[in-house]
Design a protein. Structure first.
Length: 551
């Protein structure tokens, strides 16, 4: 059934509503459920209606990662739309990452038409029968804060406002909205409110009595320790931790950090491994950190007090997390640290033990050192496993991001595009392993980089291995048969592709680097391509196989 082009559809009203609520981009990979959306955009192009900018991303995980990266850079959530259950299935890995890292996102998908004929949007393709599911949202429900299917045009505003408010309420995260084609194609005569009808919940404020207790424990502690992964998520958190660590003289360990939380030049910066400090600490503050240590490797003393702090300090959505907590305080990291501040200063300094860096071998440490020398303080680094953090200098908040604790591979490259979209003047570098590069869907990634004019540098740490897989095997069977194999099963990525050539198909600069001494010049050439030529670049760096690394 054809539509009168002068009639407003739900799709038009929906997109206009998103724009009025601050959604700037709709990252999408289209399917047969998109015609009302496509028609709405085409009509808006003629009448000047303000809608979120559509960004075509030919793989769902890259689309989710772009929205993720944009939100990390700006603090503003965005929208993603994929094709029915199939597109949803392709996006699950990225959604797992967003859920565990508390990244708000309006994740939407069309629904296979439920009517066989006679209605606008009814089935008109043979695949519409096979693609229908009994419970499309079921495959992502465990990862979503909320899911719903839009069933009637009259519900549009309340449903969208509820979705956005819940996604942005602490602890933040993605929500899933299913959009049936019949509903998108239906008429929608009503005008939406100019602003949201439902505000997000404010963050929980730390309990003053609990803070008073903790201040007393701090005053009594002789060897306090703070372990964090995410305190630097906000600039306020970075500065609050900086002031707290200085005033209290508390060593800060950033264990598996997703955000830089303290300058590497701060006297209380205690590196990235809590184990040496846990042996002596009599008070351990776990601030915005889901896994503060590995129990089989290190534990706090039995007589030490352990305090869990953060927006979701017990990580309620983790099925099992048994780290001890003698006091649990809920709140924003900056608010908690500000509430603990007082004038007592311990005057302690933490000895930094940095490994020496040598260019004689192409190790992860050397590659990281060279990247560190090539970047400036405003360069944005996205780290999906390979960087050796001890070789990085980080002086400012908001320029270092690492993968979600879920560890779903393929995040950094798409997130780099989102970062570049949000910060067009910044130099953005994605650091990935060779396996991770493949998981990043390089062809769609390079396509979007070129199509949207988002030049970023991707450095591939190519050891021709699933290093994490083999390290895990060695930790369980240190003297086993796999430990004796040169090419262990399920861990070897040989023969290695020429990754540097894939970017050339999208007009980018690619280079293979095998000589450690040649890496600084290669980085300079790649950065010149990104900064001056406005082309994306890939360095395929052939690294040693280093199973000893744990970061």
């Amino acid at each position: 059934m054809k539509r009168d082009i002068a009639t407003q559809t739900v799709a038009e009203a929906y997109l206009a509503l998103l724009a009025s609520r601050g959604i700037e981009y709709l990252f999408g990979n289209a399917g047969t459920d998109f015609p009302p959306i496509i028609e709405a955009y085409a009509k808006a192009g003629r009448n000047g209606a303000r809608l979120p900018k559509p960004v075509l991303v030919p793989h769902e995980n890259v689309a989710v990662a772009m929205a993720y990266g944009y939100t990390l850079a700006t603090g503003r959530m965005q929208a993603v739309m994929v094709h029915v259950g199939l597109g949803t299935a392709n996006a699950v890995c990225g959604l797992f990452n967003a859920a565990r890292q508390n990244v708000p996102m309006l994740f939407t998908a069309g629904r296979t038409p439920w009517t066989e004929s006679g209605a606008p949007g009814a089935r008109n393709n043979y695949i519409n029968w096979a693609q229908e599911m009994f419970d499309q949202a079921g495959m992502v429900r465990e990862l979503m804060k909320w899911d719903f299917e839009l069933r009637h045009p009259a519900h549009l505003e309340s449903v969208v406002d509820r979705a956005l408010a819940l996604a942005q309420s602490d602890p933040k995260g993605p929500v899933y909205l299913v959009l049936p084609r019949e509903v998108l194609a239906a008429e929608h005569p009503a005008q939406a409110s100019g602003s949201s009808t439902l505000a997000a919940q404010t963050a929980a404020h730390p309990d003053p009595a609990a803070l008073a207790t903790l201040r007393g424990w701090l005053a009594e502690a002789k060897k306090p320790l703070l372990v964090t992964a995410d305190a630097g998520r906000s600039e306020a958190g970075w500065h609050a931790l900086e002031r707290f660590a200085s005033a209290q003289g508390v060593p800060v360990v950033q264990y598996r950090p997703r955000f830089a939380s303290l300058s590497t030049e701060h006297p209380m910066h205690a590196g990235y491994d809590p184990a040496p400090y846990l042996r002596d600490a009599d008070l351990v503050l776990v601030l915005e950190c889901d896994v503060p240590w590995i129990p089989d490797h290190a534990q706090p003393r039995a007589d030490a007090k352990v305090v869990q702090l953060g927006r979701d300090p017990l990580f309620a959505r983790y099925p099992l997390r048994g780290f001890r907590s003698d006091l649990t305080i809920t709140g924003d990291a900056a608010a908690i640290l500000q509430g603990l501040s007082h004038e007592v200063s311990r005057g302690e300094k933490v000895e930094k033990k940095l490994r020496s860096v040598s260019g004689a071998r192409m190790t992860n440490l050397w590659v990281t050192h060279c990247i560190n020398e090539a970047k400036d303080d405003d360069t944005v680094l996205l780290n999906e496993y390979p960087l050796a953090l001890e070789a990085l200098t980080m002086r400012k908040p908001g320029n270092y991001f690492s993968h979600s604790p879920a560890g779903g591979l393929g995040w950094a490259m798409g997130a780099a595009l989102g970062m570049k979209l949000a910060r067009p003047a910044a130099t953005v570098i994605a650091c990935v392993g060779d396996g991770t590069y493949m998981f990043g869907n390089p062809t769609p990634f390079h396509f979007v980089s070129r199509a949207q004019e988002l030049p970023v540098l991707t450095v591939v740490f190519n050891n021709r291995r699933w290093g994490a897989v083999h390290r895990s095997t060695l930790s369980l069977y240190p003297q086993g048969h796999a430990a004796q194999e040169q090419e262990p099963p399920f861990s070897t990525l040989e023969p290695a592709p020429d990754y540097e050539k894939l970017v050339e198909a999208s007009g980018g600069y690619g280079e293979r680097v095998e000589d450690p001494a040649a890496l600084p010049a290669a980085l300079a050439r790649a950065l010149r391509a990104v900064k001056e030529e406005r082309r994306q670049a890939v360095l395929n760096v052939i690294t040693e196989i280093d199973y000893a690394r744990t970061s």
